[in-house]
Design a protein around this ligand. Structure first.
Ligand code: IPM
Ligand code: MN
Length: 355
């Protein structure tokens, strides 16, 4: 089995570089302990480069990325750049062109982490959202007519292809089977209103479900799901949904697991190059202060190792994070952890070496 990996690192904007530095510290601790090797190569894509050169992503970037075993991304988003330019030009472009068709987002409440839900603890919040990552409302289909006039028409269409929907659903069933927790997969949709798109999703879902008799396949409307995330999060095991709903419900998911400081995700192309990132933004107001929480980036690094086949190392990183949330840091919020960014990275790296 291959045990030497080339990683493209895009630290990005704001606090991205600070959290990625801690992630790399922890990844290095894991690689020395478990005897595999990681070679990191930095790319300076992001707001500063764009403001300096006018270039969002060089033409060669996508092909460069294809040569790597994985991509480790900090955050994209700069206060001096109009919203949308960097997000679409870097993050979404990488997801789309590298065909990372699944956005995998675990929602897990770690010990010691304050949960905003009354009477809910780690035993209640542990599920995973499989978000379709290349289609839906994100596909960019549509246009505008008579812009800026009283007759303006704006159309933005949700693109759902049988192929795109099916591969995402298949991934979710396989993931649910491998996870082997409740063996329950929930399709999150809106079949009562979006009767074309989610009809395709629902038919495909129940067709594929026939191949997975051991998995309980059920359906819930997205609005009801947001209600149950708050009321009964313990009902969920794995959820599969489209791009837009997945975007929205995973922010809610991040809040019930303690906040953006801990929420990590992977943009997965099972046959290609995948990209791992903390799901929060670049938090520019905390930049350079050494107070941002690096745990989400560290968890994303752990996910990356599992994806690369270094399961044990990935699991140890998660365990180390749980030690740190359970025994050390006071809060996940920037500036309130009781430790600096680099100290939190040291704590996790130490557990990774010793656990
Ligand atoms: C996310 C983010 C992105 C998205 C933005 C930054 C384009 O919110 O990763 O969830 O909408 O997918
Ligand atoms: Mn989002």
């Amino acid at each position: 089995m291959k045990r030497s990996f080339e990683i493209a690192v895009i630290p990005g904007d704001g606090t991205g570089p600070e959290v990625i530095a801690e992630g790399i510290k922890v990844l290095n601790a894991a690689s020395s302990r478990f005897g595999f090797s990681l070679n990191f190569n930095n790319f300076d894509f992001g707001g500063d480069r764009y403001l300096r050169t006018g270039e969002i992503l060089p033409d060669s970037a996508i092909d460069d990325m294809r040569k790597y075993d994985a991509i480790y991304l900090g955050a994209i988003g700069h206060p001096d750049v109009k919203p949308g330019i960097l997000e679409k030009g870097i993050l979404l472009r990488l997801r789309f062109e590298l065909d990372q068709y699944v956005n995998l987002r675990p929602v897990k409440l770690y010990p010691g982490v304050e949960c905003p839900l009354k009477d809910k603890g780690p035993e209640h919040i542990d599920f995973v959202v499989v978000r379709e990552n290349t289609e839906g409302l994100y596909a960019g289909a549509g246009g505008v007519l008579k812009k800026g006039t009283p007759d303006e028409v704006a159309v933005q269409e949700s693109i759902n292809t049988r192929k795109g929907v099916e591969r995402c659903i298949r991934y979710a069933f396989e993931y649910c089977k491998k996870r082997h927790k409740m063996n329950k997969l929930t399709l999150c949709g809106k079949t009562n209103v979006l009767t074309y798109a989610f009809d395709l999703w629902e038919r495909t879902f129940y067709e594929v479900a026939k191949e997975y008799q051991e998995i309980e396949a059920n359906y819930a409307h997205v609005d009801a799901i947001t209600m149950w995330f708050v009321k009964n999060p313990e009902w969920f095991d794995v959820i599969v949904t489209d791009n837009m709903f997945g975007d929205i419900i995973t922010d809610l998911g991040a809040m019930i697991q303690g906040g953006m400081g801990i929420a990590a995700g992977g943009n997965i192309n099972p046959e290609g190059v995948s990209m791992f990132e903390p799901i929060g933004g670049s938090a520019p107001k905390y930049k350079g202060k050494n107070i941002i929480n690096p745990l989400a980036a560290i968890c994303a690094g752990g996910m990356m190792l599992e994806h690369l086949g270094e399961d044990k190392a990935g699991k140890i990183i998660e365990k180390a994070v749980m030690e740190v949330t359970g025994k050390h840091i006071k809060s996940l919020a920037a500036g309130k952890m009781g430790f600096s960014t680099t100290e939190v990275g040291d704590l996790v790296a130490n557990y990774v070496s010793k656990l």
